[in-house]
Design a protein around this ligand. Sequence first.
Ligand code: 5GP
Length: 190
Amino acid sequence: MRELEEKILSEGKVFPGNVLKVSNFLNHRIDIAFSNRMGEEIARLFEKEKITKVFTIEASGIALAFAAGLHLNCPMVFAKKNTTSNLQADLYSTMVHSFTHNKDYCVVVSKEVLKAEDRILIIDDFLANGEALNGLIDLCHQAGATVAGCCVAIEKCFQGGGDALRAKGIRVEALAGIESMSDTSITFRK
Ligand code: 5GP
């Protein structure tokens, strides 16, 4: 999505450890009109997939998933992060390693909100090593739901998480794919 690439170039900042900050429009201050356009684009990409729910992880996936759900005309569910393992009969749970905080979270979702008949589109703001998406896929599989695909705003392609998921046969789309980045330049996948 050209508009997202332009915003990354004009407002993004690269930090050590391969962290891109886009806090001015994506995950701290939210540009609502722009999020809405990203949601529209996600709906266009997945319009034939008969999505019944969009599914993300708190907190920074929520705004984009909300926008996608609005345009796909389906509910949005977000998984919750706990620092401790929280095994309860009414929850599905999985462990996820956080790229930005370098710690493990137990991620949970109520059994009430993911069902075996669901066709799920998984959404997140960033895709790096694929830990967050793999955790969400695991929760869908525990529910017996079908993962129709994954879509992120920004894939850092050089970290390999997206291609590892594609190699498993999962459809993964990114509105912008970063091929390489440094504090002086960012190049995008064509
Ligand atoms: P992964 O699980 O694919 O390794 O990393 C994706 C998760 O880590 C996303 O949920 C996102 O919140 C966070 N993340 C990964 N890389 C970045 C980054 O460069 N910038 C920001 N702001 N978050 C990131």
